[in-house]
Design a protein around this ligand. Sequence first.
Ligand SMILES: Nc1ncnc2c1ncn2[C@@H]1O[C@H](COP(=O)(O)OP(=O)(O)OP(=O)(O)O)[C@@H](O)[C@H]1O
Ligand SMILES: [Mg+2]
Length: 273
Amino acid sequence: MTSTPLLTVAHVTHRYGAAAPPALDDVSLTVAPGETVGLVGESGSGKSTLARLALGLLAPGSGTVRFAGHDPHRLRGRTGRATRRRLQFVPQHPRGSLNPALRAGEAVAFALRAHGTPRRERAEAVAALFLRVGLDPALARRRPRELSGGQLQRVAIARALATGPDLVVCDEPTSALDRSTQHHVLELLAELRERTGLAYLFVSHDLAVVRRLADRVVVLRHGRVVEEGTTAHVWNDPRHPYTRALLAAATGLPDPAGPGPTRSTEPTENTTP
Ligand SMILES: Nc1ncnc2c1ncn2[C@@H]1O[C@H](COP(=O)(O)OP(=O)(O)OP(=O)(O)O)[C@@H](O)[C@H]1O
Ligand SMILES: [Mg+2]
């Protein structure tokens, strides 16, 4: 893609303590508008650290992170808040990230308030967002403990969408879900992208999941980028032995995606036994 990147990570090194080995070591990547970049690697390879840096929850030890030209760790004042709304997050465990005392609709309404949606329009906007993520708006009255994992993940996605983001960082958004729910949530993320032109930084340890959604893949190992390329290229012709090992692990499992990366919103045929 030739457009100016939305997210630029340049030569970032990060340690969680002076004596600790680097969680990220000279890592660079970009995400263009509308692009989905998959970030894969085994546990401890630094994926969530990179996600936290992209969201501005951490400042890098060295190197730079820019979202829409701004340092996401220093989004202050009016411009900072406006920029922050364009950068959202879908977590691995929505149950932990949603306030248990708030009804699902209230969680989404809070995000709408931050976006400046007037109070009188919020109930309708919440219902519209629920429908957009495939949830019955009646579920807005439930509290997190009264919803399934898949429903909660849809609430978390609705909350992320409420502010009209350009980039959504998804950290293992489907790994806590069973396989069929995982499939539906991935389809939803793909469909939202088609409709709104969103970009995703999509973190997963599972190359098969990333393949469903990503235009490009970046492979992390011990905090370093060991391979990067278009999804089709990395999938069909992995260069690094580590990528081949990840691929073997991924293809050893049932692959509900069918052949090749898909951007289709149509139901894909499930070829698993
Ligand atoms: N808050 C922290 N304090 C100290 N060390 C940390 C912290 N968070 C992560 N680390 C370390 O940094 C390295 C990278 O961790 P990170 O969570 O980014 O990996 P990951 O790829 O997301 O792993 P997983 O797939 O298990 O989520 C690991 O060695 C981890 O132990
Ligand atoms: Mg992680």
